[in-house]
Design a protein around this ligand. Structure first.
Ligand SMILES: C[S@@+](CC[C@H](N)C(=O)[O-])C[C@H]1O[C@@H](n2cnc3c(N)ncnc32)[C@H](O)[C@@H]1O
Length: 228
């Protein structure tokens, strides 16, 4: 089982071997809002130098990143397995006046993947407390990047500093994320492959941190053969 390392109480009420849609709908139904509503900082920083075009957002949750991209001029396809999350996301997009720039798709990415190519494919904290073939899905994400386009994967590299009993097995380094894409020679330009420390407040109020990883790569040549 993988924790979601955002410092919140993630006691799960649904069996982790339930279908992903059930698992995540139950998670979202625990509260009116799970995430902050603010875009992920690394997304903001790492897309500042990109020309807006088409974007695919994986595990879009309540939509903050997709909405931020849409406001910056991107035409976004935002995918999540949870209909509950996407319902909230669509309402937020309407409230923010960018509903016409985002298509919301409810999909289990373990079983299917959106058609087409995109100038930006982004996945932020695409982790799950249930089964998730993350490497396989990120492989499909890489195949969906148009030539000249960018793949941006941001994830947890380790648990928060106050968590001592976590099995790190599910949390690859940025290099392992890259190697998991099975890149061919000359296929990608590596723009960023790094770990960063994110300051956090521990449950007891003390200062803590967690380690995240960032992989940002630009496609130089077409994908050889699409993975499903
Ligand atoms: C940890 S949350 C991250 C949400 C958002 N990207 C963010 O940074 O706040 C992971 C998201 O992935 C979604 N997800 C998990 N498994 C999935 C799957 N198999 N197919 C599509 N989405 C999935 C969940 O519903 C959830 O919204």
């Amino acid at each position: 089982m993988l924790w979601i390392l955002d410092g919140m109480d993630h006691t799960h009420t649904t069996e982790v071997d339930a279908p992903a849609s059930e698992l995540w709908d139950a998670k979202y139904l625990e509260r009116e809002r799970i995430w902050s509503g603010a875009p992920n900082l690394v997304l903001v920083e790492e897309t500042a130098d990109l020309q807006p075009g088409t974007a695919l957002e994986l595990g879009a949750g309540e939509g903050a990143d997709a909405i931020w991209l849409a406001k910056k001029g991107w035409q976004v396809t935002a995918v999540d397995v949870s209909a509950v999350a996407l319902g909230r996301a669509a309402q937020h997009a309407t409230d923010e006046g960018v509903a016409d720039r985002i298509g919301w798709e409810q999909m289990d990415l373990a079983a299917e993947f959106p058609e087409g190519e995109f100038d930006l494919v982004s996945a932020h904290y695409f982790h799950s407390h249930g089964e998730l073939p993350r490497e396989q899905i990120l492989g499909s994400a890489a195949d969906a990047v148009a030539v000249g386009g960018v793949l941006l994967v941001v994830g947890h590299a380790g648990p928060p500093s106050w968590v001592t009993d976590h099995d790190h097995g599910d949390l690859p380094t940025p290099t392992e994320v890259y190697e998991g894409l099975r890149p061919r020679d000359g296929e990608w330009e590596i723009l960023s492959c790094r770990e960063l420390q994110v300051p956090m407040t521990a449950p007891d109020g003390s200062a803590g941190a967690r380690s995240d990883n960032v992989l940002k790569i630009r496609r130089l040549v077409p994908a050889e053969q699409k993975r499903t």
